[in-house]
Design a protein around this ligand. Sequence first.
Ligand SMILES: C[S@@+](CC[C@H](N)C(=O)[O-])C[C@H]1O[C@@H](n2cnc3c(N)ncnc32)[C@H](O)[C@@H]1O
Length: 272
Amino acid sequence: MDSYKKLDMASTDWLTTHFLAKSADRLRALASLHIEPGCRILDLCCGPGLYIPYLLDLVGPSGHVTGIDYDPISLDAAHRRLRTLPHHNWDLKHVDVNEYVNEMPDFDVVLIFNSIGYFRDPFRVTARIAERLPSGSSIIIKDFDLESVFIHPRELQLWCELLQAAKRRNDSDNPVSFDNFFGRKIHTLHQCYPFSFHRNEVWTQLMTYPFNHFQAEYIWRNVECLVKQSGNECSRATAGYFLDFFRFPKGEFFTKSDAIFVETEYLTCVRK
Ligand SMILES: C[S@@+](CC[C@H](N)C(=O)[O-])C[C@H]1O[C@@H](n2cnc3c(N)ncnc32)[C@H](O)[C@@H]1O
């Protein structure tokens, strides 16, 4: 059970590696979301608040960003990050989303990044948020799907075995309840409420040889996560192959001049 908990990709450490591995594309991706100056934003499940400095730049001094999360360690990291900024138009709240939604104030945009798969019923949570929001406001939901990573080179048959085992365990034996394969369902989330508008998108991240330190660690941790999640459902030989070939920092994968890692994240933007 203890090692299974480590699959939780919510630690500040993991999220920071993740963030830095993709940092070159972050601003461009967020700028594409049409977040206007003056917007009041809720960063739902903000974790260590990695997105908040960018959001503050997008909304400017007349806007406001609220981050909420129920993990005090992540919020502490967020506080330390935001305290160093010149902006004062942010606040952080230590609260469970399930409670917060009942009393939620008005926002123009609610972001739910890499978190919707943590809820037992993501469709219900999205609908409850929509019910509370004023007309014209938006919810932007982004999540990943452990299956939608393309890596080359790797043994295709072993890769399929690993994915199948991880998915099986995700669905049938998941004591921590979050769904690491929720990305595939993001584009159907708009069906939970009669939104006036929705737009589905994908964001892709391309990493190629030679990988920087953060990219290599990120690739390794994705593979490690899949191996842990597959548990006993995957043969020892297959798990061993992946742990060996992709081990950070010296795994053979990182020496291959044709090595490539492509990750797809799924987004939906819905408007009330
Ligand atoms: C994978 S992290 C994502 C953090 C951040 N959105 C990001 O993309 O960097 C998921 C976050 O959701 C938070 N979380 C999950 N369920 C929650 C709930 N019911 N109420 C508040 N926070 C929650 C966790 O504490 C964690 O910080």
